[in-house]
Design a binder for this molecule. Structure first.
Ligand SMILES: N[C@@H](CCC(=O)N[C@@H](CS)C(=O)NCC(=O)O)C(=O)O
Length: 198
């Protein structure tokens, strides 16, 4: 049994997209993160910061998007969204997963909110370096972790799509447009977009 704690059009949307790529059955529990004071305190039993996403799979609670992606892709190997433990592609895959949360998200949030910070003062580096890295990657490889689509693309695609269409912080670069066009052709991405639109 798989339960997904979600708030539409939030960071948890990336996991909604992943679940559609996995093609497994899941229940959605919407969490009202916009209520006064945030989600109910009882929700701390699932997420320590009352945030979404979270999943409970056969009694196991998993929080943090990169961890959820890694967990689900391994739990449902038939979907082929994670290189096997002995596959050398596993390294770039795990790096791409962690990069999405540890670098892309904070850089994009800082950029969108015009936070001023010294590049050496925080752990994520600066937005322009992140953009240059993403552009380099996506110019030479079709997907986040190389030539093969993986669970990391749920996070990369969601982040780039959000930066382009919601935050308005993604500059026009051919590599980004081509990547998002590849993702947009995927049936699971189309299903996810339909679910989000309601
Ligand atoms: N590091 C977390 C971030 C999750 C996050 O920021 N979730 C936001 C929604 S976009 C949230 O639940 N905010 C509600 C709150 O902080 O009270 C992850 O990647 O899973």
């Amino acid at each position: 049994m798989l339960t997904f704690y979600h708030a539409p059009r939030s960071r948890s949307s990336s996991i909604l997209y992943l679940l559609e790529e996995l093609g497994v059955a899941y229940d959605v529990l919407n969490v009202d993160i916009h209520a006064d004071g945030g989600a109910p305190d009882s929700y701390r039993a699932i997420h320590p910061h009352k945030q979404v996403p979270a999943i409970v799979h056969d009694g196991v609670v998993v929080t943090e998007r990169a961890a959820i992606c890694a967990y689900l892709a391994d739990a449902f190997p038939q979907a082929g969204l994670a290189p096997a433990l002995d596959d050398p592609a596993r390294g770039p895959y795990l790096s791409a997963l962690a990069y999405a949360d540890a670098v892309m998200d904070p850089c994009m949030s800082a950029q969108a909110q015009a936070w001023a910070y010294a590049p050496q003062a925080g752990p994520c580096g600066v937005h322009r370096d992140m953009l240059a890295y993403l552009e380099r990657c996506l110019s030479v490889q079709a997907y986040a972790a190389g030539g093969r689509y993986s669970a990391a693309d749920a996070l990369w695609a969601h982040a780039l799509h959000r930066a382009l269409h919601v935050l308005g912080t993604l500059p026009e670069r051919a590599a980004f447009t081509a990547y998002l066009a590849r993702i947009a052709k995927r049936p699971a991405f189309r299903r996810y977009r339909r679910i989000e639109r309601g």
